[in-house]
Unconditional design. Structure first.
Length: 113
């Protein structure tokens, strides 16, 4: 985690489907609890609808279609560039969590070789 951006944050969580009521509520609760949170939704319009209630240096919003592997990889790249790591991926979009697991298992295998 990048301490310049995250300060004394508890960790970094990616919340997928943040445009849904449950997703936006989860993201807000994590922010309120001291986590760095990357929220993602399919469109900028979905993010714009939820953003007025959220703010702060521990928040990153990224529009990404979880069905597009390139957009998922770009999402992960942006989160890593901003916060330096990812501790958890929450939400209904399993493609994001799967891509993160592939990345971390591949890095672990490369480090062991």
């Amino acid at each position: 985690m990048n301490t310049d951006e995250a300060g004394t944050a508890r960790g970094v969580v990616v919340v997928t489907a943040a445009g849904s009521e449950q997703g936006s509520r989860t993201a807000q609760e994590l922010l309120d609890s001291g986590w760095c949170v990357a929220v993602t939704a399919r469109t900028v319009a979905e993010l714009a609808r939820i953003m007025p209630g959220m703010s702060g240096h521990r928040l990153l919003a990224v529009a990404a279609d979880p069905g597009d592997p390139r957009q998922v990889e770009q999402l992960l790249d942006r989160v890593l560039a901003r916060f330096g790591g990812i501790d958890s991926v929450l939400g209904a979009e399993s493609s994001v969590a799967s891509a993160w697991r592939r990345r971390t298992s591949g890095e672990g295998e490369a480090a062991a070789a």
